[in-house]
Design a protein around this ligand. Structure first.
Ligand code: ZN
Ligand code: ZN
Length: 240
């Protein structure tokens, strides 16, 4: 059952939490009975894992070896861990989470991802959610990357590091080429505290990879030595 949208984020969160307690036994996709609002077995089967992904960019069908694109131009992060292809049920649940603040969908996805990745001892010191610019955060009232980072940090027993901000809003990146995307994002993140040495950047979806790449470069300049990328899903085409 979907959560509801309210103008006030804190009131919205409180009402959503109350609703969650009431409806905490339904699968968020088919709304059949399901313990603790987990995805039921049938619906969990609709989430499509990336087949044999590239360890650097998660492009599918690479037999788990680095794809040609990454061999030519490796991404700045060390590895990408991505749950599913951004299609069908995955796309629907992420949309529910992101634009309708549906925490049942968010929890179901985050839990399923954690089990799927079996990353019970990740080799990082902290999780870093991709920040939103404050105007966007205010408008949406919810940063899905922060929510995911909080959830996975609890699972991993790690802190969430939020010592950086997005200084200004960026235009939509779809339709821009790689150089234009990089230009549009240059210098957009500002580090405000010394970061940990090894981090995982957390976001809901890996699309062009341009935002994560800029964030990675910024963190590296501030002294971070190892950077992983964790996202729920990836766009189906290998167009990073
Ligand atoms: Zn279901
Ligand atoms: Zn690759």
């Amino acid at each position: 059952m979907p959560g509801i949208n309210l103008k006030s984020p804190s009131l919205g969160v409180a009402v959503n939490q109350l609703l969650e307690q009431v409806i905490d036994s339904l699968c968020p996709l088919c709304e059949q009975r399901s313990v603790n609002s987990h995805l039921c077995e049938v619906c969990a089967g609709w989430l499509q894992p990336l087949p044999d992904p590239c360890p650097s960019c998660a492009a599918p069908h690479t037999l788990n070896t680095q794809c040609g694109r990454c061999q030519q131009r490796p991404p700045p992060w060390q590895s990408a861990t991505v749950g599913w292809v951004l299609e069908g049920a995955t796309r629907f649940l992420i949309h529910r989470m992101k634009y309708h603040r549906d925490f049942a969908s968010a929890r179901a996805l985050a839990r399923q991802w954690w089990q799927h990745q079996a990353m019970h001892q990740p080799s990082v010191d902290a999780l870093v959610p991709v920040p939103l610019h404050r105007s966007k955060a205010r408008k949406r009232g919810f940063n899905q990357a922060e929510w995911l980072a909080d959830h996975w940090a609890r699972q991993a027993g790690l802190p969430v590091w939020t010592g950086l901000i997005k200084q200004h809003p960026t235009p939509p990146l779809e339709g821009l080429n790689r150089v234009q995307r990089r230009q549009a994002l240059k210098g957009v993140f500002l580090i405000q505290q010394p970061p940990p040495k090894r981090v995982a950047i957390v976001d809901d979806v890996l699309t062009t990879g341009a935002t994560a790449a800029e964030l990675t470069r910024t963190l590296k300049r501030a002294g971070v030595q190892q950077i992983e990328l964790w996202t729920l899903a990836r766009t189906p085409l290998g167009n990073l």
